[in-house]
Design a protein around this ligand. Structure first.
Ligand SMILES: [Mg+2]
Length: 129
């Protein structure tokens, strides 16, 4: 069972950071990561597979062009079964409340606590079989 995750972040270093932190899971085939650098690119990737096999989208909030919150709205509308975790450099309560109300499962602040993220990912993957 391999869970497919789409990571969306405009920061060029984000991909390498996630590949390093999930090295073991990726090598074992437990997790598969795709990376997009914008909300638009993420939507194009999701639309490419019908229905998308992505279990979870992990998205940054502050990105040029489409924001992570706009991406969240669009994914909820088009693919309601996809789970979404949001990540922001700014951990204010109102942003967290807003994205959870819009249907995100979790909210993380940067720098990402990878122990906590892995726990939440494991819970999610086990719950969705
Ligand atoms: Mg950003």
């Amino acid at each position: 069972m391999s869970a497919h995750i789409l990571m969306v972040d405009d920061e060029p270093d984000a991909e390498e950071l996630f590949r390093q932190n999930f090295r073991r899971e990726i090598r074992k085939g437990a997790l598969r990561f795709d990376f997009a650098r914008s909300g638009r690119e993420a939507l194009d990737l999701l639309a490419f597979e019908d229905p998308p096999r992505v279990l979870l989208v992990l998205s940054d909030i502050n990105m040029p062009g489409m924001t992570g919150v706009e991406l969240l709205d669009e994914i909820r509308r088009r693919w309601p079964s996809i789970k979404i975790f949001m990540i922001s450099a700014y951990g204010d309560d109102s942003t967290e409340r807003a994205v959870l109300e819009k249907g995100a499962e979790q909210f993380f602040t940067k720098p990402v606590d990878f122990m906590q993220l892995k726990e939440q990912l494991t819970t999610l993957v086990e719950a969705t079989g």
